[in-house]
Design a protein around this ligand. Structure first.
Ligand code: MTE
Length: 337
């Protein structure tokens, strides 16, 4: 109990921590006031990780948050009113192994990925297979803002205001057949643009893969995000389109999606392929089922610092049990973790 991730085998970066992930300093996760007030920013946070987000911060100075403005409808019924993580925190502390395993690597390197034009291949058990320009896939749908908790398996969490469309709407428009029992997703595989995919030390068999059971995918909470704080997603957060499944550990929320495949069989997914005894297919947030090497009873709500580590209790299904517990009513979640 109360065990934190420890230094592990170098071959398993999500498992190892060169520097423990919980040792995030105040200067790395910059308070919102900082990017809204340049003088305070200059005076207060010239630390390395803040410096790496400088371009974003300076653009933010010019007109708020960088990116293209999106038109969307707020969805209070699908949003928490907990304090949102500031934009610089959400965009400078990331997991996106395609760009490296350090939390700062995605912000540093993800701009090498070009996201326009973007095409998504739709395959398998559905009527509307084919290659879709992202605009065409999104066109029929109205954008929504949903403020969700994101709880990483590494025991940190953030509150993030996403903009996007319900996954169920997009999947229904592709007309799955009765054989579709699962839906599978893949991230872009392009080592020329993704330096982490060129690395000899990568443990992931690229592309990054994820999947959901069909009833999970059709749940009203499952979301395809295209934006953050009302603007298009920055690359490090999975531009131009990524999954958000708020009751599951963050690794299910696959970024920069290029393939959607409806399947009869359960797909193989990246972290399950790497360490099946540590990362399951279901990956529901669950304080009753510890990771083999650390407790899942608590999480650090970011931003936090050494002086205010901000540990909070982890809630089953990340607090979304009312919407999703029925999906698992006959399942032993210690077995199907
Ligand atoms: N998607 C891809 N393609 N590659 C990744 O390494 N990391 C996952 C998930 N999606 C990852 C990914 C993990 S472990 C987490 S916690 C979330 O993305 C982090 O999302 P964020 O950086 O937007 O907070």
């Amino acid at each position: 109990s109360g065990q934190l991730p420890q230094v592990m085998n170098w071959r398993f970066p999500m498992l190892i921590k060169r520097r423990p992930s919980w040792a995030l300093s105040e200067s790395e996760v910059t308070p919102e006031s900082v990017y809204l007030n340049r003088r305070k920013f200059m005076a207060g946070t010239m630390a390395s990780a803040a410096a790496l987000t400088m371009p974003a911060l300076l653009k933010a100075e010019e007109g708020g948050i960088p990116g293209d403005a999106l038109q969307y409808k707020a969805m209070p019924a699908f949003s928490t009113d907990e304090k949102k993580a500031p934009y610089p925190a959400i965009t400078s502390y990331n997991n996106f192994y395609e760009f490296g395993t350090d939390k700062g690597d995605p912000a540093r390197y993800a701009d090498a990925m070009s996201v326009d034009p973007w095409s998504v291949s739709v395959e398998g058990e559905c009527a509307k297979t084919g290659a879709y320009a992202l605009e065409d896939l999104l066109k029929p749908h109205q954008y929504q803002e949903r403020i969700y908790r994101l709880r990483c398996v590494e025991a940190w969490s953030m509150v993030i205001p996403w903009v996007g469309v319900p996954l169920a709407e997009v999947l229904a428009s592709l007309q799955p057949t009765s054989k579709a029992k699962y839906v599978y997703f893949e991230t872009l595989h392009d080592p020329d643009q993704m330096r982490g995919q060129r690395s000899m030390f990568s443990v992931i068999d690229w592309p990054y893969r994820e999947g959901l059971r069909m009833d999970e995918a059709m749940n009203e909470l499952s979301f395809l995000a295209i934006g953050l704080y009302g603007k298009t997603l920055p690359n490090q957060n999975g531009a131009p389109i990524r999954l958000v499944v708020p009751w599951k550990y963050g690794f299910k929320s696959i970024k920069s999606i290029v393939r959607i495949r409806f399947m009869e069989e359960r797909p193989k997914t990246s972290w399950e392929m790497i360490a099946p005894e540590e990362y399951g297919f279901y990956a529901n947030v669950n304080p009753e089922v510890d990771h083999p090497r650390w407790s899942q009873k608590r999480e650090r709500r970011l931003p936090s610092g050494l002086l205010s580590p901000n540990w909070i209790e982890t809630v089953k299904f990340n607090g979304y049990g009312e919407q999703v517990a029925h999906l698992y009513k006959d399942m032993d979640l210690s077995r199907y973790y």
